[in-house]
Design a protein around this ligand. Structure first.
Ligand SMILES: NC(=O)c1ccc[n+]([C@@H]2O[C@H](COP(=O)([O-])OP(=O)(O)OC[C@H]3O[C@@H](n4cnc5c(N)ncnc54)[C@H](O)[C@@H]3O)[C@@H](O)[C@H]2O)c1
Length: 338
């Protein structure tokens, strides 16, 4: 534990509370703190944010201590930290934690660049600290039900829709890094295979960065997959379909309804059933998985390598030559009436 022991001390004493901190008191960090404060065998040491108003908000919401700098959190002694600061700071903050033998969960995407992500992975490996990446969608009970339904099946194709309105605060990334990276991770996880071919279609219809993306992939195992994502749909929708040789599985990640079609007959008829889906809060399940990996020293549920691999595919989608000509004329704000 930082300044009061080592990472191996934390592992050897599995019975005591883990001392955990959060970096970043924004939307995600406040949620991390709220969930951590309610977990058994965890002491939430506090949350770090340079902005006084964000610290005050987190303190009011969670009732935890708040610090203006990472050093102040380190001085309290922590075993593990979850990093929910803006993505461009992940690398610097992660390395500062790893140097002090502090286990880390880094929000998705793991870093701004593949090189920075690889740097975090190799530093964590050398120091022997746990590094998990916050691909929280894997812990959505509907996603878990889909994963279970297709386990052992011969997967043929995957389709994922993740659309919605513009986020209230625009960050400096577009829909591929902000949204599609979730689904790139799901495609890799469902198929247990790497994505080897990428065919992106991107457009910046309203925003500076891409706000529409239609992404097609082929995995090394031969699965075809596509992601339809945008910030132009007035309501949120998150749907997954998976076709296997024996089943067609459909999941709504928001309503958490998962249905499978199976028993295909020569006359075109088939059977259909709703699958049981759990009720866990995904972030709670994710943080429990992270802390369990910290205690046991096992490979975490979403490894640093997996986080980097998904980021690399997202960046490949952005590196394809843009097709701006048609776009330029169409660009402009949405028409607002009334
Ligand atoms: N897993 C998910 O579904 C999901 C969803 C949203 C965001 N995220 C990720 O979480 C991270 C944070 O996103 P957000 O939406 O909460 O952003 P946000 O802007 O709401 O919060 C970021 C916070 O970090 C603070 N901050 C800035 N510099 C800091 C520093 N040096 N040290 C500590 N804190 C600092 C900011 O003041 C702000 O309060 C990003 O990496 C984002 O990609 C993940």
């Amino acid at each position: 534990m930082n300044s009061k022991g080592s990472a191996s001390d934390a592992k050897s004493d599995a019975r005591r509370d883990l001392r955990v901190g959060v970096v970043g008191a924004g939307v995600m960090g406040s949620n991390h703190a709220r969930v951590l404060a309610g977990l058994p065998d965890v002491t939430l040491v506090g949350i770090v944010d340079p902005l006084p108003e964000h610290r005050a908000r987190a303190t009011a919401l969670v009732g935890c201590r708040a610090f203006a700098s990472l050093e102040e959190l380190f001085d309290e002694g922590v075993d593990a930290i979850t990093i929910a600061a803006p993505t461009h700071l992940h690398h610097e903050i992660a390395l500062a934690c790893i140097t002090r033998n502090i286990h880390i969960l880094v929000e998705k995407p793991v870093a701004s660049t593949v090189e920075e992500g690889e740097d975090i992975v190799s530093a964590a490996r050398s120091a022997g600290v746990t590094l998990m990446v916050g691909h929280v969608e894997r812990f959505n009970p509907a996603v878990a039900a889909i994963k279970q339904a297709i386990s052992g099946e011969d997967i043929l194709s995957i389709g994922i829709t993740r659309v919605g309105p513009f986020p209230p605060r625009m960050s400096n990334v577009g829909v591929v890094i902000d949204l599609a990276v979730h689904d790139i991770d799901l495609i890799r996880w469902f198929t247990e295979s790497d994505i080897v071919e990428v065919q992106p279609q991107l457009s910046s219809a309203v925003a500076e960065r891409e706000d529409i993306a239609l992404l097609q992939f082929r995995t090394a195992s031969g699965v075809l997959a596509h992601i339809n994502t945008n910030w132009l749909t007035p309501f949120k929708a998150r749907n997954v379909t998976v076709a296997t040789r024996g089943k067609y599985v459909m999941g709504d990640l928001l309503t958490r309804q998962v249905t499978e079609c199976f028993g295909f007959k020569p006359d075109g008829s088939y059977s259909m059933r709703h699958l049981p889906v759990g009720h866990d809060e995904p972030l709670r399940a994710e943080l429990i998985a992270f802390l369990s990996a910290v205690r046991t020293g096992d490979v975490p549920a979403v490894s640093g390598d997996e986080g980097v691999a998904s980021l690399a595919i997202a960046i490949r989608c952005l590196e394809q030559p843009p097709k701006p000509a048609a776009n330029a004329a169409r660009k402009g704000p949405r028409r607002i009436v009334g």
